[in-house]
Design a protein around this ligand. Structure first.
Ligand code: AVJ
Length: 320
């Protein structure tokens, strides 16, 4: 049996991370970047979110792949095919693995910031697919998708499911798509995008009655305490999530329920009652606007598949 290969492209620099976090806390509008949600507990809480009846994106996307996967594979074939699948933010690799047979994937490159988790997932995957070429890459691709030569020089299928692109604002999304276009090397992009829909549906998905999303949001403070040595106390912060219509995005915040001072080695900040720390944006797109953005990034032959309610879309876009 083959063994999966690994490459560690960047080691997260703890001092730089700390500086970035403290900078966000001290800014006029305090913020913490959403990538910090995913410590070990945060990753499990997110997985619990995907089980909630109110959180429709994952199961809607899964249904689209199950129903239209064959058509997607045929469309990629019509575009000339892609020898390598590149999974951005692969996590447990399960979403991509479900498509291997349908797409006849021989070479799979899993990219994720958390390489330990990835190593484990790829070993498991290799046991189920003994002849496949598997490569794991520990890399933060949020600013730049700089894939190493080991990924091969043929056309690639860039796989970016789950509406992860929703964390980027429209300008950042365009930058990301331009990068994805280059990385595809004449292949294609397969990407999941959450769509605009009634506000009550959106808000329930990000403020569920069981409080799992609230726990996911508030757990961020425990992670920040560990990373920076700060002393956030959970009892003083509540989860706030609402749809910002003019910006087409869900916003998540943590709001101080009383006046509180947060201290860390070398600094502190006082938060008045009701002040907020912005923790996440999750943009919702209209099909026509996202198709236009793909075209602006250079993609052609854009197709999309959606569910009956048109709550979520999977786009396929060619870079050839
Ligand atoms: C992982 C960014 C797709 O925006 O729906 C879920 C994260 N935040 N509930 C999303 C999230 C709160 C999720 N993404």
């Amino acid at each position: 049996m083959k063994t999966p290969a690994f490459l560690q492209i960047v080691h997260a620099d703890p001092t730089a991370l700390r500086g970035e976090l403290i900078g966000g806390l001290c800014a006029e509008t305090a913020s913490i970047a959403p990538k910090y949600f995913y410590d070990a507990l945060g990753a499990r809480l997110f997985s619990a979110i995907t089980e909630l009846p109110e959180y429709y994106p994952m199961r809607t996307e899964a249904a689209i792949f199950a129903r239209h996967g064959e058509a997607m594979a045929a469309a990629v074939g019509d575009m000339g095919g892609a020898s390598t699948w590149v999974d951005l933010g692969a996590g447990n690799c399960e979403k991509a693995a479900r498509m291997f047979d349908l797409f006849g994937v021989q070479r799979y490159v899993a990219v994720d910031i958390s390489v330990d988790y990835l190593a484990h997932a790829l070993e498991h995957l290799q046991r189920r697919h003994p002849t496949m070429d598997l490569l794991g890459i520990g890399m933060d691709f949020s600013r730049q998708i700089a894939l190493p030569a080991e990924c091969g020089d043929g056309p690639r299928l860039i796989f970016y499911p789950g509406s992860s692109i929703g964390n980027f604002d429209p300008a950042e999304s365009l930058r990301f798509l331009l990068q994805a276009y280059q990385a595809a090397q004449g292949g294609a992009l397969l990407i999941g995008v959450d769509l605009v829909k009634p506000v009550d549906v959106l808000e329930a998905a990000y403020d569920d009655p069981l409080g799992v999303t609230a726990a996911f949001n508030r757990n961020l403070l425990l992670h920040v305490n560990r990373l920076t040595g700060s002393d956030f106390r959970l009892a003083e912060w509540r989860h706030v999530a609402y749809y910002n219509g003019p910006s087409s995005r869900i916003e998540m915040h943590l709001e101080a329920v009383r006046q509180t001072t947060v201290r860390w080695p070398g600094g502190e900040r006082r938060f008045e009652t009701g002040t907020r720390i912005h923790t996440e944006n999750s943009y919702k797109w209209r099909v026509a606007d996202f198709a236009r953005l793909l075209a602006r990034a250079g993609f052609s032959g854009v197709r999309h598949w959606t569910d009956e309610r048109e709550w979520f879309a999977v786009f396929l876009a060619g870079s050839g």
